[in-house]
Design a protein around this ligand. Structure first.
Ligand code: UD1
Length: 368
């Protein structure tokens, strides 16, 4: 029996094909939900849409500062582990839930497996970077989504016997759910190729008024300059900050900027696929857009998905208004040459590889 610890939107998404493969291969598992994300649109919607099994425990941790949130998770996860006595815990991604899931486990002598290991931004104070480096170095098995991620692990001295290049489970999802994505209705009335799909939620962007202001100004200028609509599903953190900094109205009053609630997984992918360009600070969405054939402008200083930049599909602009607008202009003038995304991010069999390696490990340590 394997225990999977999740608590945030990107982790629920990473679970989809993985748990399906576990079921197909008779690999027993149970899910613990930390409760880091709790709004319907950030949590339940993914369990319903992706048909995820119900967690056996919900720890109800909720929001808080990093110390509070992670601390409470550690305390409650430790109690949960004492109760259910897992031998192996799997954590996907790089959120506080992944860090707490791993740290509480290793301190009790429980093996940790990390799905999406080895990604690095090289930004030392970025919360997700701290989480992923720590989780990687606590893990008994590390599943890297890309060759770059795999090499990062080896350069950091992770033993070759622990690290595996499996490909990316999010590509498995896109391949597996292709028909559902195609059949999903766009969540807002826009014409294909006539809008920019944008998301922003990173603490290093939205928690700084001057940066958020640059983003808001860029969004307001897009319709005027390029004749495109802007669709922005609002992450709760972003909504809160826009209100605090008196920026929300600047967007709501603009007739060509559509502010909508956070989207379901299929809605988000459909919107990304049909967009002229995706403008985002999300990690996952950058790569999803690229795989779906939509160029990406990334409002960050760097990216963990460096392959998208190398092949000309991703322009890194940080939160600079001029750079954002120039990036969009560049893609509108010239759509990048098609590339084979599958060779960069896997072949849709990452979940199968992870399952096979996991089964072998369980056999070796004598766990059913
Ligand atoms: C977290 C992850 C980030 C991931 C993102 C996806 C960490 C450090 N960060 O950021 O890597 O990309 O999730 O969404 O784990 N809130 C709600 N309802 C919710 C969840 C959050 O209102 O369901 C609000 C709360 O006010 C909270 C704020 O959003 O204070 C931030 O939530 P938090 O879980 O700290 O991090 P995210 O910004 O969501």
């Amino acid at each position: 029996m394997i225990t999977i610890v999740v608590g945030t939107r990107p982790q629920f998404i990473k679970l989809a094909v993985l748990v399906k493969t576990f079921k197909d291969e008779d690999l027993k598992f149970q899910i613990i939900h930390t409760g880091q994300h709790y709004d319907y649109e950030m949590d339940r919607v993914f369990f319903e849409e992706l048909n995820l099994p119900e967690p056996i425990m919900h720890l109800g941790v909720g929001s808080g500062s990093h110390g509070e949130q992670t601390g409470l998770m550690l305390e409650r996860l430790e109690k949960a582990y004492f109760e259910i006595k897992p031998k192996v815990v799997i954590v996907p991604g790089d959120t506080n839930s992944a860090l707490a899931g791993a740290l509480a486990a290793v301190k009790l002598g429980i093996h940790v497996f990390h799905v999406e290991a080895g990604l690095r931004s090289r930004l030392p104070f970025m919360a997700e970077e701290i989480n992923r480096v720590l989780v990687d170095h606590m893990s008994s098995l590390l599943f890297a989504p890309t060759e770059t991620a795999y090499q990062n692990l080896l350069h950091e001295g992770i033993d070759k016997n622990r690290a595996y290049l499996t490909g990316d489970v999010m590509i498995d999802n896109i391949i597996q759910y292709k028909n559902k994505i195609d059949k999903t209705e766009l969540p807002v009335e826009v014409e294909s190729n006539n809008y920019i799909y944008t998301t922003t939620h990173r603490a290093e962007n939205v928690d700084y008024p001057e940066k958020l202001k640059e983003i808001v100004e860029a969004l307001r200028l897009i319709p005027e300059k390029y004749g495109l609509k802007v669709v922005l599903p609002l992450h709760p953190r972003t909504k809160k900050r826009l209100s605090e900094y008196n920026l929300l109205e600047k967007l709501t009053e603009h007739q060509d900027v559509y502010l909508i609630k956070p989207l379901s997984y299929f809605e988000s992918l459909k919107l990304a696929k049909d967009a002229a360009i995706v403008l985002t600070d999300s990690g996952g969405l950058q790569k999803e857009a690229f795989v779906l054939g939509t160029p990406v402008v990334t409002m960050r200083r760097t990216t963990e998905w460096i392959e998208t930049v190398k092949c000309g599909w991703n322009i890194i602009t940080n939160c600079n208004k001029e750079k954002i607008l120039n990036g969009i202009r560049k893609f509108l003038d010239n759509k990048p040459e098609p590339v084979n995304a599958v060779t960069l991010y896997g072949d849709g069999k990452a979940s199968q590889r992870i399952t096979n390696i996991t089964k072998k490990f369980l056999e070796q340590i004598g766990v059913e």
